[in-house]
Design a protein around this ligand. Structure first.
Ligand code: PLP
Length: 381
């Protein structure tokens, strides 16, 4: 007799395009090919040794047991202080939940506010995991096209009586754009008018160059309806530590924490000790990392603009480029992998609104970046 069926929620779920490409790169490298990986959002930053030492010390002092499900108090206090500095919002540490990475913060937020069948608006191009996380939480993901503007008309056109939330990411992965204060105001206004939750993913905020950053949670009516998703992954070279958090309006954490209690129980306490140390070191580390990525972004943007068939503007933040390319983005990404040994993602991995673009991650070592830019310049589009 055939085995029982796998749950429908997984059958209909697409694998992550970014994780799949990383697997393909791993396989190609195992076969001896020297592929330059410009596909993954995992920056080539080694975790600062002082952060590693903090985890080690915590383990040696016994932080190897179950911890508190909401998160260790010192880390939540440090996060609250940091949010006060960044967005000027005074979160009570009791409204902050520590999660294993930003991805789980997003899933936890959705588990907290989405009922089966609720619709969640997702601006596109957008990060690959928004739609799947909405589906895992029982909701329906509704993509809304808006390449380089926050388009309120498109939001209005997508609204139905079942719309419950909107997920907004700024700086945006994949475009590197920071939403303007006017766009954040428009987001809060539309959410207020239609009584929507806002899930605000700010994981790249530490890597903003010159743009003015606005936060929906910092507005009077945005605070009560915004769930903030954040992570230490990208800012501190800590992707593998799996450490993020969710900051919420008062009263929600006591519900959402049940998801943590009944799934992972807690983020390992020694990982959280490392997180506290990372936040202490933020004033020293973040400017250094920001400068490093800014240099790469300027260098790569200038080089790509010299290639026929490619055009690109300098992103406001982060280490992603989203160049426009003359031609079919899927074929170009495939050709770059097969012929140039450069792994990038087609813009359509981030939704149909990404057609005609590639997403290139400047997360590889400088020397590899130079080689890749030279190969692209030599080959053209
Ligand atoms: N949000 C965005 C826009 C991302 O690009 C990522 C990672 O790629 C995340 C959230 C989650 O990162 P992590 O789970 O490593 O914190």
């Amino acid at each position: 007799m055939a085995a029982p069926a796998v749950a429908g929620r997984f059958q209909s779920l697409k694998p992550s395009a970014t994780v799949e490409m990383s697997e393909r790169v791993r396989q190609a490298r195992a076969q001896g090919r020297e592929v330059i990986a410009m596909n993954s959002g995992d920056p080539n930053l080694d975790t600062d040794p002082r952060i590693i030492e903090a985890a080690h010390r915590a383990m040696l002092s016994g932080a190897t047991h179950y911890g508190s499900s909401i998160g260790e108090r010192p880390l939540r206090e440090a996060i609250a202080r940091r949010e006060l500095q960044r967005s000027e919002v005074a979160y009570d540490p009791e409204d902050i939940i520590v999660t294993p990475g930003g991805k789980f913060a997003l899933l936890s937020a959705l588990m907290g506010i989405i009922e089966p069948g609720d619709e969640v608006l997702i601006p596109q191009p957008g990060w690959v995991s928004y739609g799947p996380c909405v589906r895992l939480a029982g909701g329906e993901a509704v993509p809304v096209r808006m390449l380089d503007t926050f388009d309120v008309d498109a939001i209005n056109a997508a609204l139905t009586p079942a719309t419950r939330a909107i997920i907004v990411n700024s700086p945006v992965n994949p475009t590197g754009r920071v939403l303007t204060p006017a766009e954040i105001e428009a987001l809060v206004a539309v959410a207020e008018k239609h009584n929507l939750w806002i899930i605000y993913d700010q994981v790249y905020t530490d890597l903003v160059y010159d743009a003015t950053v606005a936060f929906p949670q910092a507005t009077a009516s945005g605070y009560a309806r915004t769930l903030v998703v954040d992570s230490l992954s990208k800012s501190f070279g800590m992707t593998g530590w799996r450490l993020g958090f969710l900051a919420m309006p008062p009263g929600l954490a006591k519900f959402v924490v049940k998801f943590i209690q009944h799934s992972i129980y807690c983020v390992p306490p020694f990982i959280q000790a490392a997180g506290s140390r990372a936040l202490e070191l933020a004033p020293e580390l973040l400017p250094r990392y920001r400068a490093l990525f800014n240099e790469r972004v300027l260098r790569a943007t200038a080089a790509l603009n010299g290639v026929d068939g490619v055009s690109i503007t300098v992103p406001d933040a982060g280490f992603f480029l989203f160049p426009k390319v003359d031609g079919d983005e899927v074929s170009i990404a495939r050709a770059w992998l097969e012929q140039l040994n450069i792994a990038v993602l087609p813009g359509t991995a981030f939704g149909n609104a990404g057609a005609g673009h590639l997403r290139m991650s400047l997360s590889c070592p400088e020397a590899d970046l130079e080689v890749a830019l030279q190969r692209i310049a030599d080959a053209g589009i």
